[in-house]
Design a protein. Structure first.
Length: 415
């Protein structure tokens, strides 16, 4: 009888472990996932260097000084040439990049279907009309065919987003844009260091914008951004639009004399302390990308091997992962995709259960769009997936726990 009792106990324990955390069972991952700690000792040391540098000169840290010069030079070196200006936020970088193109007011600007509201706001606040493009089937990013299908005689520009840390088909889009006389801004906010055909994103279009806020692959603090171009004259216009219309490149320019300013513009630049943080963070961008890709590749391999209802999103070694989507076969579940994802979260795995950045779904944006075009491909990939958060410090245990959590939930939720 004791033998039967031991088997019963084992069965009871297995049943207890199989009970979903969302229903009161034990979590697959009871302790927190590793913190990213993007603001590390190297960043603190650079802040100390800023303080020491300016105290030695009996001055307070300001802006557009020694550390911004070092930071933007390092940024340009990372992208193999060009010109860069550090600004206050990623949205400010987009606003300045679009403003620098000096597009005719009221013109239409093609824009990717999955992005942050800052992308759309930067277009609208420049007096332009966003015109949505759909994504490629099964992708978070748009393509050349989708881009060309939405061009009209009123199209004057485009903001093309490299979403989730993966390069879109910008190499295919640019020849179409050139043929139609369309100026292109690359929104690289989620894709620092990503490449396409061996070339960095941000270097294909006329001008590019990067966000360097605290969750991005490299940071300048809580918020920040960079405007980048390989076109010197376009870059100079961006400089002026970022700082009250100042032509700071002119010999002998006096920034204390507004008589020489070019046009009305906002003050959107950043500060020396933020740029110093950026110097430290940029030095480990490659290591950050390698760490994230290592997690993504191992996670994708084991998920494909063990899951019957979920599959990894397509990825490339040229990506710079920001989040990593998992595609769910909802037809084989007794719950919605969102409920499935929320059950995985309850097991202790950080993820976004339903990526709400499909522009066409936002009620507030509709009066500002050029037309009522829907983006079914973008909505479909969002509705089929959830986005696992990516951290360069995730290792084998995090891979194992994430896959085990997904498999545990699908076993309980499968039809």
């Amino acid at each position: 009888m004791s033998g039967y009792r031991q088997i019963d106990d084992a069965d009871d324990e297995a049943a207890r472990k199989a009970e979903l955390a969302v229903r009161g069972g034990p979590k697959v991952r009871p302790d927190p996932l590793p913190a990213r700690q993007a603001f590390g000792e190297a960043e603190v040391a650079m802040i100390d260097e800023v303080v020491a540098y300016y105290r030695e000169r009996n001055a307070d840290p300001g802006y557009q000084g020694h550390f911004e010069k070092r930071y933007t030079e390092a940024f340009v070196d990372t992208l193999s040439g060009g010109y860069a200006d550090a600004v206050a936020t990623g949205t400010a970088a987009l606003y300045v990049a679009i403003a620098a193109l000096e597009l005719p007011k009221g013109g239409e600007v093609l824009v990717s279907p999955i992005t942050d509201p800052g992308t759309l706001s930067a277009i609208i606040l420049n007096g332009l009309k966003p015109r949505l493009i759909d994504s490629r089937p099964g992708s978070y990013n748009t393509g050349a065919a989708e881009f060309e299908a939405r061009i009209t005689p009123e199209t004057v520009g485009a903001v093309i987003v490299h979403s989730i840390g993966q390069a879109c088909d910008i190499a295919g889009i640019m020849p179409v844009a050139r043929r139609h006389g369309i100026r292109v801004v690359e929104d690289c906010s989620q894709a620092h260091g990503a490449k396409l055909g061996g070339q960095f994103v941000g270097s294909y279009g006329d001008i590019a914008a990067f966000s360097t806020m605290y969750r991005k692959a490299h940071i300048t603090g809580a918020c920040g951004g960079v405007v980048y171009s390989r076109d010197l004259e376009l870059f100079r216009r961006a400089l002026a639009h970022a700082d009250r219309g100042k032509p700071s490149w002119l010999p002998g320019f006096d920034d204390r004399n507004p008589n020489g300013f070019l046009f009305p513009a906002l003050n959107l630049h950043t500060d020396e302390i933020s740029c110093a943080i950026g110097i430290a963070s940029l030095k480990r961008l490659n290591a950050t990308i390698v760490g994230r890709l290592s997690f993504v590749s191992e996670f994708a391999f084991h998920l494909k091997e063990q899951s019957k209802l979920c599959r990894p999103y397509a990825y490339s070694p040229a990506d710079s992962p920001f989040v990593f989507p998992v595609i769910v076969d909802s037809a084989k579940l007794r719950c919605t995709k969102r409920e499935f994802a929320e059950a995985v979260i309850a097991e202790g795995i950080g993820l976004n259960p339903h990526y709400e950045y499909v522009v066409a779904d936002w009620p507030w944006i509709k009066p500002h769009l050029a037309d009522g075009f829907d983006t079914p491909n973008a909505r479909a990939i969002r509705d089929q997936s959830f986005a696992v958060y990516v951290n360069e410090h995730y290792g084998d245990r995090e891979v194992r726990d994430a896959v085990n959590a997904i498999v545990k939930v699908e076993r309980a939720m499968a039809v």
